[in-house]
Design a protein around this ligand. Structure first.
Ligand SMILES: NC(=O)c1ccc[n+]([C@@H]2O[C@H](COP(=O)([O-])OP(=O)(O)OC[C@H]3O[C@@H](n4cnc5c(N)ncnc54)[C@H](O)[C@@H]3O)[C@@H](O)[C@H]2O)c1
Length: 273
């Protein structure tokens, strides 16, 4: 594959959260590989391995194994594999979240204890558990990046417990940035605008949310996984070496807007087909 700018030449990193070629993690992995990084990818279970293996091959990446973040033995195995292949690590992408889709609709107040725990475990604690392992391999500094959403800051329809989880994730970014700063390990987040992915399809009325963003974001469109990938490249490379604890919005500017644009049409909920 062509390596146009070599910004990441000599850097090795683990990308966690590719499910298919629509995943945000895939957009990030492509941008990193294009910039000359060596990559390792994880997958969640055999069903996704079938999709992730050819994608890894496309980028010349190796598969670091199955990872279910609720099973710490799988997380340990992935980091052991990375250590045995590379001996060290320069960056990690954490693009992992989960909540029961039955609770990503209707009222937040009806969130069950079980799904609250599961959502927090998979979508929030996993960043801390992965960072703790990455720290040991980042002997020469490093950069860790996670993915969040504006629903952490403002109430979004149906985002519910995932919004609460993303708020906790963004707070984790700040605490981890302080813990790891002395070792020149940086921890940041990209707050991406809505993108149609497997995870997003679980959110109620997602097409409506996407349309609303397209009509009302300053750039009058929604963001792509390739654009998130380019911004991730900045945060994972030495270009951002003075940046940590940051939540960077890559959302076509939607977070700056206070109300519906006067020229945006009034739209009603469009049901997913
Ligand atoms: N799509 C959007 O609109 C959007 C916007 C902002 C932020 N995000 C965030 O981006 C990240 C990536 O999501 P995506 O939209 O690319 O969807 P996706 O479905 O492509 O990726 C989600 C990934 O999470 C992984 N995952 C879920 N539970 C896991 C577990 N227990 N152990 C290990 N991995 C697990 C899945 O295997 C999958 O690879 C998520 O954190 C999501 O919240 C998405």
């Amino acid at each position: 594959m062509d390596r146009p700018n070599g910004l990441m030449a000599g850097k090795r990193g683990l990308v966690m959260g590719v499910a298919n070629n629509r995943s945000i993690a895939w957009g990030i992995a492509k941008a990193l590989a294009d910039a000359g990084a060596e990559l390792a990818l994880t997958y969640q279970g055999d069903a996704l391995k079938k999709r992730v293996a050819p994608l890894a091959e496309e980028l010349g990446a190796f598969l670091a194994g199955h990872c279910d973040v609720t099973d710490e033995t799988t997380v340990d195995a992935v980091f052991a594999e990375v250590e045995s292949q590379w001996g060290g690590l320069d960056f990690v992408v954490h693009a992992i979240a989960f909540s029961d889709k039955d609770e990503l609709t209707g009222r937040y107040v009806e969130t069950s204890r079980e799904n609250f725990r599961k959502t927090m475990d998979v979508s929030v604690y996993s960043l801390t558990s992965i960072t703790a392992r990455a720290e040991k391999l980042m002997t020469d500094g490093g950069s860790i990046l996670t993915l969040t959403y504006y629903g952490a800051e403002k109430v979004m329809p149906h985002y519910n417990v995932m919004g609460v989880a993303k708020a906790a994730l963004e707070a984790s970014v700040r605490y981890l940035a302080v813990d790891l700063g002395k070792q020149a390990i940086r921890v940041n987040a990209i707050s991406a605008g809505p993108i149609k992915t497997l995870a997003a399809s679980g959110i109620g009325d997602f097409r409506y949310i996407l349309k609303w963003n397209e009509y009302n974001a300053p750039l009058k469109r929604s963001v792509t996984i390739d654009e998130v990938g380019q911004s991730a490249l900045y945060l994972l490379s030495d270009m951002s070496r003075g940046v940590t604890g940051e939540v960077h919005h890559v959302d076509c500017g939607y977070h700056t807007v206070g109300m519906k644009a006067v020229d945006a049409p009034d739209i009603s909920v469009v049901k997913d087909s």
